[in-house]
Write a protein that binds this ligand. Structure first.
Ligand code: PMP
Ligand code: GLN
Length: 361
């Protein structure tokens, strides 16, 4: 969609990445340290100062004390974290439960491992359906992937959702949880509930996060995994031969920047953008779905067209000049409910220009 948007000069609200300028403080740190002696391999599991700062932040935010030597790993974005976690533990014919609509990297990672993705649909309002989740568990279930806050729907899990999952998983102590929390600092309706705080699950949960999302640097590709020592020990073996160590410059720059950045500002900034985008679209014929977190707004276009969402998304680019992602691509069976995902991690000018076009449809 980004490619098609570029070809047609459309405003790109499809792929999830910010288009506003990076924080001047991060740029200054970057300019200074590029001249320093930071250009060789970092230790395999990550730059020690970065690991320490993430551990401090995890303690401050979630009250969890993480051992930087045994329970953490810096990854080349959450994509590599997710791939590493899945390929470390999933063996041929193992089943992995994935909740649809789902972020696109889970299923291929399972297939590469020779595993079987078992895709379970969320409810129509994109909340988890614990009856279907429980029914999907078999003796072959190795892992369940929980993405919260959720891409593409923008929904978040509540306390009762976690309790329901805990009740189910109590009966299946062998199942590993993979928590994709890359949008952990972007929630609007309630503070993020992290697996870091779930006493009943954290001993068997791998948490993936990403500075791409938290610091608006998606191209830097720096993320991390947190997991108990027994799981992390195995994942490091895969990491060693997949990437060995993540690029040193970004790790140094982020480690310094973490001293000054205030994570509580991130939700506030995106909430303003969500509110702006939602208020601008009030005058359109798009119906807005709830957006509790992430920087994605899902809309229904039933009042405008009955075309399938892929065709409609293409038409939106070629005829109306705005790019979005059709939600059906996030489903195993391409379920099409005439929904599109817009990314609002954009300058106010971009959002205004896009909304003007969308209100004219
Ligand atoms: N998980 C989700 C839910 C995402 O939205 C993204 C970003 N596209 C990733 C993982 C991958 O993150 P990264 O860009 O750090 O690899
Ligand atoms: N996470 C972003 C999205 O969902 C983009 C990542 C990608 O393009 N691979 O749009």
């Amino acid at each position: 969609m980004s490619q098609l948007a570029n070809q047609h000069g459309a405003i790109n609200l499809s792929q999830g990445f910010p288009n506003f300028p990076e924080d001047e403080r991060l740029l200054q740190i970057s300019e200074r340290i590029i001249r320093e002696n930071i250009h060789q391999y970092t230790p395999m599991a990550g730059l020690p100062s970065l690991l320490n700062k993430i551990a401090n932040q995890t303690l401050k935010q979630y009250g969890r004390k993480v051992n930087t030597l045994t329970e953490m790993l810096i990854t080349a974005g959450a994509t590599q974290g997710v791939f590493t976690a899945i390929n470390t533990f999933v063996n041929p014919n193992d089943e992995v439960i994935i909740l649809d609509p789902s972020y696109d990297s889970y299923e291929p990672s399972v297939l590469v491992a020779g595993g079987k993705p078992v895709r379970v649909s969320l409810n129509l309002d994109y909340t988890p359906n614990f009856n279907t989740i429980e029914a999907a568990i078999t003796p072959k279930t190795k892992m369940i992937v929980v993405n919260n806050p959720h891409n593409p729907t923008g929904r978040i899990w509540t306390e009762s959702d976690f309790e329901a999952l805990e009740t189910i998983l109590e009966k299946h102590p062998e199942i590993i949880v993979l928590g994709d929390e890359v949008y952990e600092y972007i929630t609007f309706t309630q503070p993020h509930i992290s697996f870091n705080t779930r006493e009943k699950l954290k001993h068997r949960t791998i948490i993936a996060s990403s500075f791409g999302k938290s610091l608006h640097v998606t191209g830097w590709k720096v993320g991390y995994l947190i997991a108990p020592e027994n799981l992390m020990y195995e994942m490091k073996k895969v990491h060693q031969f997949l990437v060995f160590s993540v690029n040193s410059f970004s790790q140094h720059a982020i480690a310094e920047y973490l001293d000054v950045v205030d994570f509580s500002e991130i939700s506030k900034m995106y909430q303003q953008k969500r509110d702006l985008f939602q208020s601008l679209l009030k005058n359109s014929r798009f119906e807005l779905m709830p957006c509790d977190g992430t920087y994605f707004q899902v809309v229904n276009y039933n009042a405008i067209s009955k075309e399938n969402d892929v065709d409609f998304a293409k038409k939106l680019i070629t005829e109306y000049g705005v790019a979005a992602i059709p939600i059906s691509v996030f489903y195993e069976d391409a379920t099409d409910k005439h929904m599109l995902r817009f990314c609002f991690a954009k300058t106010d000018e971009t959002l205004l220009a896009a909304a003007e076009k969308l209100c004219g449809i």
